[in-house]
Design a protein around this ligand. Structure first.
Ligand code: SF4
Ligand code: SF4
Length: 340
């Protein structure tokens, strides 16, 4: 990568597609049945060593599927990443918080292995499989250990469980409220969109903000998924976009894979303007109706899987090329100066 390319700051490792839950709108269709989909330690090590060589990545996020299913592998991988000098975060549904004592033991062990932060997910769909009390116990254990902790609550107009229900829970009142470490915990709504059904949800406008902006994630995050593919972002629809799968980590030079990724005009355009604006522009070119989605990643999957939009872009992109490349270079300079 040269200095005029964006330098990724975050690496994500999807440890497995297996999960103890099977949420209705899971973006990767994870489920308890997807056994044998976990990465092995050699592949994780290979990826982390290559990420280290990139020189600018600060944080490694361990996610899935459910990364706590193979707890020993998670601990081993966090330790390896920590020893390479990365900050580390894991994302989990908190199924392992069956008691406060067991949650405390796990979090202590993870902290001693180098974990810096935990993110939890909960809400109506998750709670069909994992009680919110488990997430509360894990959150308590996490903040007691001094870890930054975030709880994301699924949100759309159909959801009954809300952020307030989490912070009004008796476990929250007893163990978190007004405690010295309570500031370490953030509980926030997260958009829950439809991936596999035709269900259309309504959303508060404030939660949709960002759809009109360029997508930093496409060049800020480099991901490894359970089949060993290097992926150019860890967006919700990244498995529906073959162009974001850059190659197998084991046989590849990561720097070269990313250089090819950074020199793809459509990806540059996504970085500068975001997939929503591209879909709007290309739909005008092709004469198709402009679709409406709740999440930028849904625009992105639509864009990459609609042949006539891609044809329209091929036919017309020279009309906007110069402007987009100029804005790309301006954005890269700011992006790299903030991120290095
Ligand atoms: S808990 Fe997360 S990974 Fe597991 S099925 Fe639900 S959304 Fe997917
Ligand atoms: S908008 Fe596209 S490139 Fe950006 S994170 Fe979503 S899937 Fe990835």
């Amino acid at each position: 990568m040269n200095d005029l390319e964006p330098k990724p700051r975050t690496a994500a490792i999807l440890m497995t597609y297996q999960c103890v839950a099977e949420c209705d709108e899971c973006c990767f269709s994870c489920s308890p049945r997807l056994k044998g989909t976990s990465l092995n330690f050699d592949t994780i090590k290979n990826f982390l060593n290559k990420v280290k060589e990139l020189g600018n990545v600060k944080v490694v996020v361990f996610s899935g599927g459910e990364c706590f299913i193979e707890f020993k592998l998670l601990v081993q991988s966090i330790k390896y990443a920590h020893d390479l000098g990365f900050l580390t975060r894991c994302v989990t549904n908190g199924f392992w918080g069956t008691s406060l004592e067991s949650a405390r033991k796990r979090v202590k062990f993870l902290k001693e292995s180098g974990l810096s932060e935990i993110n939890f997910s909960t809400g109506d769909s998750h709670q069909k499989f994992v009680p919110v009390e488990n997430v509360l116990r894990c959150s308590i254990a996490s903040i007691e250990q001094g870890l930054l902790t975030c709880v994301a609550v699924e949100t759309n107009s159909s959801k009954k469980f809300k952020v307030e229900d989490f912070i009004n829970h008796s476990l929250y009142s007893k163990y978190i409220k007004n405690k010295k470490y309570s500031k370490l915990l953030k509980v926030m709504p997260t958009i829950w969109v439809s991936f596999h059904t035709d269900t259309v949800y309504n959303f508060d406008k404030s939660i949709l903000k960002g759809n009109d902006d360029g997508c930093d994630g496409i060049f800020d995050t480099v991901a490894l998924e359970p089949r060993g593919d290097v992926v150019g972002c860890c967006g919700l629809t990244s498995n529906d976009i073959s162009e974001l799968h850059l190659g197998k980590v084991i046989d590849s030079n990561l720097d070269e894979l990313l250089s090819v990724h950074h020199n793809d005009f459509l990806k540059i355009w996504i970085f500068v303007e975001g997939p929503k604006k591209i879909v709007e522009t290309a739909s005008k070119w092709s004469g198709e109706p402009i679709p409406n989605f709740a999440h930028k990643c849904l625009y992105c999957a639509y864009l990459y899987n609609d042949v006539s939009l891609l044809e329209a872009i091929k036919a017309h992109y020279l009309e906007i090329r110069e402007d987009i490349l100029k804005r790309y270079l301006e954005k890269v300079i700011v992006f790299n100066s903030i991120n290095t």
